[in-house]
Design a binder for this molecule. Sequence first.
Ligand code: PAF
Length: 289
Amino acid sequence: MKTIRTIEEMRDELKKVIGQSVGYVPTMGYLHEGHLSLVKRARKENDVVVMSIFVNPLQFGPNEDFERYPRDEARDKRLAEQHGVDLLFIPTVDVMYPNEMGIEMKVTKGTDVLCGRSRPGHFDGVATVLTKFFHIIQPDRAYFGLKDAQQFAVVNTLVSHFNFPIQLVGLPTVREEDGLAKSSRNVYLSEEERKEAKTLYEALKLGQKMVMDGEKDVDLIVQKVKTYITEHMNATIDYVEMLSYPELNEIKRVDEQVILAVAIYYKNARLIDNIILSPDGKQVETIIR
Ligand code: PAF
């Protein structure tokens, strides 16, 4: 595995593999099994696997955790190499944004709901950095975890509206044994919070069971999920929403593929989770676009 820190070096390396398929796994580092499952899939489907590690300041709000976002480059390098990454791209902020950005990307679809509503500008930052990475790396396929399902929907819009010739592969959320979705931010949880955090997945499963049992009324499902969270967690609910997926439109009834998504705040952490369901309640775990 080669570690690369500049755009020029990345381009030189990619020239050496022209004609071979390139799979790309974008990350912000502090790798966990979720990221590694993306690498494993990329390894199976491509000749060359590129991973980027970049904590992108543009996608963090002023009161968010950019400074304290967990970082451990040595461990990340070891894990990336063990799992078969060929080129590990770790640019600095100066490499990615050498000058003040004189141009802005604004995501206008699918951002007035879920995390887009609570984190204004977040998806603009994600779209900007991914546009840059897609141009630099020019992958054939890019791999994302569906834990960030709204991000996957936004990237889908980006790739289709800006004509990137990239196949998007959205892969299942990897979970701890008790159901908590793996996330680099789980290190922010206190012991007590970590214990009750499994409630989020239980609440989503409760919603799924209602759909499987034939419930179609979105308000009723959302209400039950909210009540379950309130009764089992000492957290503040940011949102519980059920929307069409990947369009992210508001719906009244479960008549199409939907996302049931939750976000809660603890003192030092914000947790998100979701499940994507077909109209009969079956979970959709992998999406290829
Ligand atoms: O999902 C993430 O880790 C980030 O949003 C991404 C896709 C690497 C862009 O910075």
